[in-house]
Design a protein around this ligand. Structure first.
Ligand SMILES: [Zn+2]
Length: 139
């Protein structure tokens, strides 16, 4: 679970580059860290390394991490341009265009209905967590 949670935010580590180095010149969803091929390559390299070191039982962590990252990209695809076919195509896919109505920019996403999907996922996670805590509490 820890590996899955940590990996689920890995693609957004590129925000450090976005703010500190790129000076916000390009959308961070255009970086290589928001393409499936990048993470498939990393997972492949890790898998080969683990097999070579006879640690095949750790492959489940690579699989869980990769699935978490791909889920991140699926959720980003709801309201952001994700290049799923890169490097074979530069076409970006998204389900909904969020109109630029407010300043600062993040208010456009906060006030858009797509943020309700993320809120619902968070509330579901919190409710499962709380239910688990109260059901396993010793009496
Ligand atoms: Zn992202």
């Amino acid at each position: 679970m820890g590996v899955a949670l940590a990996c689920s935010v890995l693609p957004d580590v590129d925000l450090a580059y976005f703010y500190l180095i790129d000076q916000r010149r390009h959308a961070h969803h255009d970086y290589l860290t928001h393409t499936p091929i990048f993470w498939l390559a990393i997972a492949g390299i890790l898998a080969v390394g683990l097999i070579a070191c006879r640690k095949s039982s750790w492959l489940i962590f690579v699989a869980m991490g990769l699935l978490s990252i791909l889920l991140h990209l699926v959720l980003d695809t709801v309201a952001a341009d994700i290049r799923w076919l890169y490097p074979f195509s530069d076409r970006a896919f998204n389900l909904v265009q969020v109109p630029a109505l407010y300043q600062p920019w993040y208010l456009n996403f906060l006030f858009h209905w797509t943020s309700w999907i993320e809120l619902a996922i968070c509330l579901l996670g919190i409710s499962i967590f709380l239910k688990d805590i109260f059901q396993t509490r010793p009496q």
